[in-house]
Design a protein around this ligand. Structure first.
Ligand code: NAD
Length: 356
């Protein structure tokens, strides 16, 4: 297989973690007979420095021409004072919207070797944590109308939360398809006791469920889901939910696994092209010091192989190699117990690659 990947190294630790991930992809290519080619794309602070724009059209076009996009992270204190549309994050929002990425998936998985890092009680952690939050990414209240005006001498602000059946159906399908590839359980999280949009979500999801008789479908109010995620996360396999609920729940879900440097994500739209990135930011406090944990990015590449290129065996090989490196006790500083030895970003890359 030949695949062309747009690579956004970005800012802060971005270039370091992406470098290790490309080494892992090259190793997979050699082992399984695939060719991965890369185009470097400037986005974020480095693009502002180079072009005065966080994602110039030429760079966006390079992403749209690729089979998929791999991103490190963007942003940092240097660009924080800039006006909203000139900030590094604007490049990311523009990229998501131009690629039509409406489905964001974040796995919340506790690696047993890192169980001590979870803030949950041992008795809860022992039951295992392994679920995915599938979040609608380009609709709902974040993309509705926002108005602030003065009415009768008092300032009023209003945000609308629009959703159409079509927008719900397409993300719903991704939820069911994801569940099908896992333990075949899908939970729709909403606030159907209060919101019309949630009642529409339920109706569309219940209709879709008839097409997926092999997937056990359930529904839960978002306030209850927030509690259940800390009370008994083992009950979840795939959660599908709207944009703002997904934003909040996916952060809660990543927190209970204990380690921000380990968590990958995928964003998909129509077709197989996706955007793959770790959930953390550019960590300017440790940038350029060979201290970053590259595993979140390496696992994002595994998701790219699985979801965009249908290379399940290769994706599993990467996950198994990460698991084996952790089993061997290899830890970057963010994973190591206080006072214990740790390795740098490149050495963690080496530890994964030798186990492939
Ligand atoms: P952050 O995720 O960059 O860092 C939070 C803490 O986690 C820091 O102490 C950092 O050192 C640590 N950390 C994060 N990733 C790590 C890794 N791979 N290995 C080891 N330690 C790691 O969040 P922040 O400090 O709030 O944001 C820093 C910058 O990143 C800001 O400019 C922010 O806007 C940007 N940001 C970008 C993205 C993105 O590119 N998608 C996402 C979030 C934040």
């Amino acid at each position: 297989m030949e695949k062309h990947i747009a690579v956004i190294r970005g800012d802060g630790i971005g270039p370091e973690i992406v470098e290790q991930t490309l080494r892992v992809l090259d190793r997979i290519g050699r082992k399984y007979g695939h060719t991965f080619t890369y185009t470097d794309v400037a986005m974020g602070g480095c693009a502002i420095d180079q072009y005065g724009d966080p994602l110039p059209q030429s760079q966006l076009d390079a992403c749209l021409a690729a089979d998929s996009v791999l991103l490190g992270a963007v942003g940092g204190p240097k660009w924080e004072g800039l006006p909203g549309d000139k900030r590094p994050e604007k490049g990311l929002l523009r990229l998501r919207s131009a690629m039509g990425l409406y489905a964001n998936s974040r796995p919340a998985r506790l690696w047993p070797q890192l169980a001590d890092a979870s803030p949950l009680k041992q008795s809860i952690v022992d039951k295992g944590i392994d679920f995915i939050v599938v979040r609608e990414l380009i609709g709902g209240v974040y993309f509705g109308q926002h108005t602030t005006r003065t009415v009768d001498g008092e300032v009023r602000a209003e945000d609308t939360m629009p959703y159409s059946e079509g927008e719900i159906r397409r993300i719903g399908r991704i939820g069911f398809e994801t569940a099908r590839k896992r333990r075949k359980k899908l939970c729709c999280v909403d606030k159907a006791n209060v919101l019309d949009t949630s009642r529409l979500w339920r109706r569309v999801l219940e209709e879709l469920a008839k097409d997926y008789p092999d997937v056990a479908f359930s529904e839960m109010f978002v306030d209850n889901a927030a509690m259940q995620i800390v009370r008994d996360p083992s009950q979840f396999d795939v959660i599908v939910t709207e944009n703002m609920f997904g934003d909040i729940l996916s952060d809660e879900a990543s927190m209970i696994t204990g380690s921000i440097g380990m968590i990958p994500s995928s964003s998909l739209g129509e077709g197989s092209r996706g955007l793959y990135e770790p959930i953390h930011g550019s960590a300017p406090d440790i940038a350029g010091q060979d201290k970053a944990n590259p595993i979140g990015t390496i696992l994002s590449a595994a998701m790219m192989l699985r979801y965009s290129f249908s290379l399940e065996e290769e994706a599993k090989a990467i996950e198994n190699a990460v698991n084996a490196a952790l089993n061997a006790g290899v830890r970057t500083a963010d994973l190591a117990a206080p006072g214990a030895a740790s390795v740098g970003c490149r050495a963690m890359g080496d530890a994964v690659i030798v186990r492939l």
